[in-house]
Design a protein around this ligand. Structure first.
Ligand code: FES
Length: 82
């Protein structure tokens, strides 16, 4: 499954790279490295509520380092596990 973190200018300012670091850590922590392709993305068109993350075709809003694990566990991990 592809998870794309927006690194457009608005999301970049709000901490895209911190989100990428945190998602990388979480993907390892939960042992799903072989099931997730983490990528950076151009603007996802959701600049007002970035950092925007596209997971399985759905945009997740306002992702940051602090809430990344909650969002990962609630919205990303269940889809990975099917
Ligand atoms: S810059 Fe991230 S959604 Fe536009």
């Amino acid at each position: 499954m592809k998870v794309s973190v927006c690194v457009g200018s608005s999301c970049h300012i709000k901490g895209s790279y911190d989100v990428i670091d945190e998602l990388t850590r979480l993907i390892k922590k939960y042992g799903v490295e072989d099931r997730v392709e983490l990528a950076a993305s151009f603007c996802l068109g959701d600049c007002a509520s970035g950092v925007a993350v596209m997971s399985d075709g759905i945009i997740l809003h306002n992702v940051n380092k602090e809430n990344a694990e909650e969002i990962f566990c609630g919205k990303i991990y269940p889809v990975i596990k099917g």
